[in-house]
Design a protein around this ligand. Structure first.
Ligand code: NAD
Length: 251
């Protein structure tokens, strides 16, 4: 089990990629804080893990990642329940968008920046401070997107936030290496989660055709990579972007 003895905080852990990663981490021996804005679903995930034969392996916390004090409290919850923190997966996010010239900044820019960009910054800051205080080092994994590296239709704000995630990752790796802290960003392509499933079947078929296997990625396929990146086997992967896009970026 590659994460035995590790404690992880996973934001957006109640759905999609985050949920699959919670389950994968528990199977790999980690103790996990399931952090999500949706308290009910986060608590349900923890109950499922308990019922699955992993008592005490998970705890829930409600967090709005766009509020720094709540992210700090989520980190503190990991320490209170499990005694420390080793890994943060900054994964909570929202998607969607309008044509740029139709934007109302208060609706189409600011809220998404607060969650998708500020939320990751807050996670890096709060977990980084905890790792430094522990003196143990730690791993910061953050979810960017293929759109963090390219322009896309109706994604002006989303692309900006996801590009910031890549920049944060590089700078965090550079600045925090002296504390034994590692940072990595992942760029999923098209993953079959509620974010994608809100679109029409026609659009989902197009999305699938944009990946080399011709299908949407399964959330557990991303979770497998995140578990590896969180483990000591990935100690030399630092400050970089790991493309988990099934070849989308070759087009
Ligand atoms: P999802 O909607 O299944 O999961 C997102 C989770 O984040 C939900 O549980 C939601 O409640 C939570 N969340 C939303 N706002 C929050 C907030 N302010 N504070 C705390 N939690 C909040 O979507 P997903 O596809 O699993 O997305 C996970 C991440 O992957 C996101 O950052 C998304 O941008 C990114 N991503 C997804 C895809 C894809 O194709 N699904 C592709 C590239 C990147």
């Amino acid at each position: 089990m590659r994460l035995q003895g590790k404690v992880a905080l996973i934001t957006g852990g109640a759905s999609g990629i985050g949920l699959a990663t919670v389950h994968k981490f528990v199977r790999e021996g980690a103790q996990v804080v399931v952090a999500d804005i949706d308290r009910e679903r986060a608590e349900k995930v923890v109950a499922e893990i308990e019922g699955d034969g992993h008592p005490g392996a998970a705890a829930a916390v409600q967090v709005d990642v766009s509020v720094y004090s709540q992210v700090e409290a989520a980190v503190q919850r990991a320490v209170d329940v499990f005694g420390k923190l080793d890994v943060i997966f900054n994964n909570a996010g929202i998607a969607g968008g309008k044509a740029l010239l139709d934007h109302d900044p208060a609706v189409d820019y600011e809220p998404m920046i607060r969650v998708d960009q500020d939320g990751v910054y807050y996670g890096i800051l709060a977990a980084g401070r905890q790792f430094r205080a522990q003196g143990t080092g730690g791993v910061i994994i953050s979810t960017s997107s293929i759109y963090g590296e390219q322009a896309a239709e109706l994604a002006f704000t989303y692309s900006a936030a996801k590009a910031a995630v890549i920049s944060f990752t590089r700078s965090a790796a550079y600045e925090l290496a002296e504390y034994g802290i590692r940072a990595v960003a992942i760029t999923p392509g098209r993953v079959g989660t509620p974010i994608i499933n809100q679109f029409s079947e026609e659009l989902r078929t197009t999305f699938a055709s944009e990946q080399l296997r011709g299908k949407l990625t399964e959330p557990h396929e991303i979770a497998d990579v995140v578990a590896f990146l969180a483990s000591d086997e990935a100690n030399v992967i630092n400050g970089t972007v790991v493309h988990v896009d099934d070849g989308y970026s070759v087009f």
